[in-house]
Write a protein that binds this ligand. Structure first.
Ligand code: TXA
Ligand code: MG
Length: 352
């Protein structure tokens, strides 16, 4: 069993951070909270320690890790060719939930980079993550702390569920604030390219970074013969064992409730929709109010994880507008369901 260390998320106890840092510096793995989701961290310059991350997660070796830093000065230790404009922008955007793919300077081992000549970097806005990186005095490579393919962990309980016995230490710093991963931007070309919508909204990032290209492929599954812009887009993701079907309109979910569909379904939906259909659907998981999509984001992965304990045939998930944080929410819902949302009741019935 892996030891779980409870750490104050606002004012981390220095002696506990020192213990966790010791594990990292000895080549071990530590799960820790960030403002987005929990990560599994190892010394980003230690190839064999980072190999331990891939092993713990069962992660394909071609899917690179994000390197986490605690001060802007560490950028030059891992990346090359960063222009003045980006240097200025990160002063405002970091610490925060945005990762930049940059040209690697070769210092971060190839396995961390999934064999690429680029490296993804971010400075997390969480006191535990920042203190830990600072105490280690080295960048920390950290993917989300879940078994590969599963929804990311937003609580220490999720981490224990997936990784107990597979990592050397788990820091419990409470629930994560956003509940969705960082936005990933490819900054090696101009205009920049969005590789993964995330907690930092595109609209907000464009105010600081100018135009950002949004490839249409980021909101759908990548075909087997298609080239993925980011390796992570190719792999199965965010999926509970229960089949998930996204439904694009509330009306379709209501009609489905009225007709009865003859299967045991769970519905993941807004509080408002839940109220309308509550009497007809026995299993409803409320994601949050439609006017507060950050709450929906925060509850999404926990709700997907809950499905597997519910003994249902499949789950229907309501779609949300693809604006603001809604873009990241929809990206995760589409990836969890593995196909485009059902538009009509007939289509939904076929997909179930
Ligand atoms: O919020 C987050 O980003 C969390 C916390 C722990 O910081 N981390 C996280 O890491 O979500 P991970 O490994 O689950 O997702 C990293 C994503 C993957 O889709 C990966 O393919 C992409 O970033 N990525 C990493 N390095 C890349 C690179 N050099 N080029 C293109 N994509 C890259
Ligand atoms: Mg992940």
């Amino acid at each position: 069993m892996t030891e779980t260390l409870r750490v104050n998320p606002i004012n981390p106890e220095p002696e506990k951070i020192a213990r966790a840092a010791e594990v990292i510096l000895k080549g071990g793995t530590v799960a820790f909270p960030t403002e987005t989701v929990y990560g599994i961290g190892a010394n980003a310059f230690d190839e064999s320690a980072c190999a331990g991350i891939f092993k713990a997660k069962g992660r394909p070796s071609d899917n690179p890790l994000i390197v986490h830093i605690s001060k802007a000065g560490q950028l030059k230790d891992v990346a090359d060719g960063i222009d003045q404009e980006l240097r200025e922008a990160v002063k405002t955007l970091w610490p925060g939930p945005v990762s930049f793919v940059l040209k690697s300077n070769g210092n971060v081992p190839l396995n961390v980079r999934g064999g690429l000549d680029t490296v993804a970097v971010r400075m997390p806005a969480h006191p535990i993550a920042l203190r830990l990186i600072e105490k280690c005095g080295t960048p920390i490579a950290a993917p989300s702390a879940n078994l590969s393919g599963r929804p990311s962990s937003t609580t220490a309980r999720h981490v224990i569920e997936d990784l107990d016995g597979r990592v050397d230490l788990i820091i419990d710093g409470g629930d994560t604030a956003f509940g969705l991963e960082s936005t990933v931007i490819n900054a090696t070309e101009k205009p920049y390219v969005l590789l993964r919508p995330g907690a930092f909204t595109l609209e907000e990032l464009q105010k600081y970074l100018g135009e950002i290209t949004v490839p249409e492929s980021i909101m759908r599954e990548i075909g087997a013969s298609e080239r993925a812009l980011s390796p992570g887009m190719r792999h199965r993701h965010y999926s509970p064992k229960t089949r998930v079907v996204a439904v694009s309109s509330k009306e379709t979910i209501i009609r489905c409730a009225n007709e009865g569909i003859g299967r045991k379904l769970a519905i993941l939906c807004s509080n408002e929709l839940a109220e309308e259909i509550e009497s007809r659907y026995p299993v409803i998981i409320k994601l949050g109010p439609e006017g507060s999509l950050y709450e929906v984001a925060k509850n999404l992965f926990d709700s997907l994880r809950k499905l597997d304990g519910m003994n249902v045939d499949a789950a229907i998930v309501q779609c949300f507008p693809e604006r603001g944080i809604g873009l990241a929410i929809m990206n995760r819902i589409i990836r969890a369901s593995g196909s485009a949302p059902a538009g009509s009741l007939a289509e939904l019935k076929r997909m179930l």
